[in-house]
Write a protein that binds this ligand. Sequence first.
Ligand code: BMA
Length: 327
Amino acid sequence: MKRFPNNPILTREDVPAIPPELVDATSVFNPGAIRHHGKYILVTRVQSRSRETFLVVAESPDGLQFTMHREIVRLEGMEKLGKRVFHVYDARLTELEDTVYVMFAMDMEGLCHLGLACTKDFQRFTFLGITTDDDTRNGVLFPEKVGGRFLRMDRPNRAQVDGGVRTGNTIWLSASDDLIRWKPVAPLISGRFHYWDEFIGSGPPPVKTRDGWLHIYHGVAGHFGSANIYQAGVMLLDLKDPSKVTGRCRFNILEPRETYELTGQVPNVVFPSGMVVEQYDSEGFALPKSPVKVYYGAADTAIGLATTTVEELLAAAREGEIPSQGM
Ligand code: BMA
């Protein structure tokens, strides 16, 4: 992927003061992204000096220059949970039947859940519920039902990186009839120990192509002492049966190299979370030549944009497995 020359596209200096919670923001990162009614929308993660986390919408006419809203996203109905929610973060956006769904991480006492909210206008957001029983992050909805059911990928937090947070090394496919209650269907891919993607999690929601469901994920190399390196990669799932993995990149497609990715609140992080494919055919398949914009968190501090095409991503997903030494 190629970095946009004016990266980073959003930094703490772009975050307006939204008193009393948010003044002099510390960071803005890990955005969900969507093109909606001709505008590019990001739902960003913003932190204040208290290290509270807020979701704040940013919008743009061209996907390159964004303006942040002067209000914090309020998830209406979340107060009825009656339980403390420390943070909501890492939104992923999917449009289903004229409604935009936001799946996000919710840090609660002892574990992290996946929460679901919806909006039609990015002004009002309705909280729909907690959608997990176990510690889980990185939930992404498929943009349509497959085989009559809603599908998502999610990543149970069952592993621990040295010096890092609880994480996971398997992305699962789950299914649901109502978007709230989910059942695991099958594990999809697991971390490749010793290589770039030892710990993994979904990036942006998958994209429908004639060749299958194209999906960008993040991989963490945890074997470099104090520095966990977060990178981006790509995989492909069978169109009709997404529990079948048909491709996975050998090389990462983006890794921390620029100063704004190498240094910051958490160094060495590119964290892809939003993706806009510009062109689809009349049956809703992404066109191979279509430009693709990938929005990513850089060092948990700023937002970067990387560009590519659908066919380049498909080619990367077909690179194949990392061969074992000596075989
Ligand atoms: C992950 C998540 C992301 C974060 C990344 C790097 O576990 O918490 O939100 O960007 O770590 O710190």
